[in-house]
Design a protein around this ligand. Structure first.
Ligand SMILES: C[S@@+](CC[C@H](N)C(=O)[O-])C[C@H]1O[C@@H](n2cnc3c(N)ncnc32)[C@H](O)[C@@H]1O
Length: 234
């Protein structure tokens, strides 16, 4: 049976505009431009920076839908995904779980991706008819991991040093490997998230962007599978 990697972009910086910000001029301006209710907008640093600043330290790292967007584009376009070896999930900081169909062709433009998320939060499934490409339901990282029920490895700068190709060799040893990558710009996984991982590794001595980590993880996983297949033929 084909080995499938479950990739979870955990605690991703996606959320609806919080109630305390709906009357901020930066939010109202976006709502007017998009002709949407301010409550239905996804918080976005690019447009809502002055509003997010008003949250003080609670605003750090919030409103970055571009992180899961770029990470998903890299993952979904990979040979691993195209050959059925990848399943992508986004867990959001407001505890929603987005399931991404491996055949989804996401918008290349982040503003369009953000609008798609707004539609998703409203309608729960997009497109509303036919095969769902994205679906959303409320749930914690624990709920998602319980559903997948695999062996979880987390990538974090706070983990044990190991190169990505060594981590990939560990992943392919498992029947149902799950990889956690943070979908946030700074800080670390919450205690809840990291406690679910059996192992956690640091793949470089510097902090990397989530999409760089995703690209490396997917590529090294592809190579580890190919290596395993070559060994089993000899
Ligand atoms: C922009 S980083 C978040 C910053 C955080 N300081 C960190 O590195 O854990 C987003 C995600 O990329 C992954 N990541 C970034 N640099 C990494 C590294 N050197 N080793 C392992 N994972 C890394 C982690 O999963 C992290 O949550």
């Amino acid at each position: 049976m084909q080995l499938v990697l479950s990739l979870i972009l955990a605690e991703s910086s996606i959320e609806l505009v919080p109630n305390e910000l709906v009357h901020h001029p930066a939010i109202l301006k976006s709502a007017q431009r998009k002709r949407k209710d301010p409550h239905a907008l996804i918080l976005d640093q690019t447009y809502h920076h002055p509003a997010i600043l008003g949250l003080g330290p609670r605003g750090i790292g919030r409103g970055r839908p571009d992180i899961p967007h770029l990470s998903l584009l890299l993952a979904l376009g990979s040979p691993l995904n195209l050959t059925g070896g990848l399943k992508c999930y986004v867990h959001t900081r407001d505890n929603n779980i987005i399931k991404v169909d491996s055949g989804a062709r996401l918008p290349r433009n982040t503003d369009r991706f953000t609008s798609l998320l707004e539609q998703l939060y409203q309608e729960k499934v997009v497109p509303p008819t036919g095969r769902p490409l994205l679906s959303i339901e409320s749930g914690s990282i624990g709920d998602l991991l319980a559903e997948i029920s695999g062996e979880v490895i987390a990538l974090t700068t706070a983990g044990l040093p190991k190169s990505m190709d060594q981590v990939a060799s560990r992943l392919v040893e498992h029947r149902n490997p799950v990889l956690l990558v943070g979908g946030f710009p700074r800080g670390h996984f919450s205690r809840e998230a990291i406690s679910k991982a059996k192992e956690s590794y640091r793949i470089h001595n510097q902090h990397l962007d989530a999409w760089t980590v995703v690209a490396r993880a997917v590529y090294d996983f592809e190579r580890a599978i190919a290596l395993g297949e070559a060994r089993s033929r000899t």
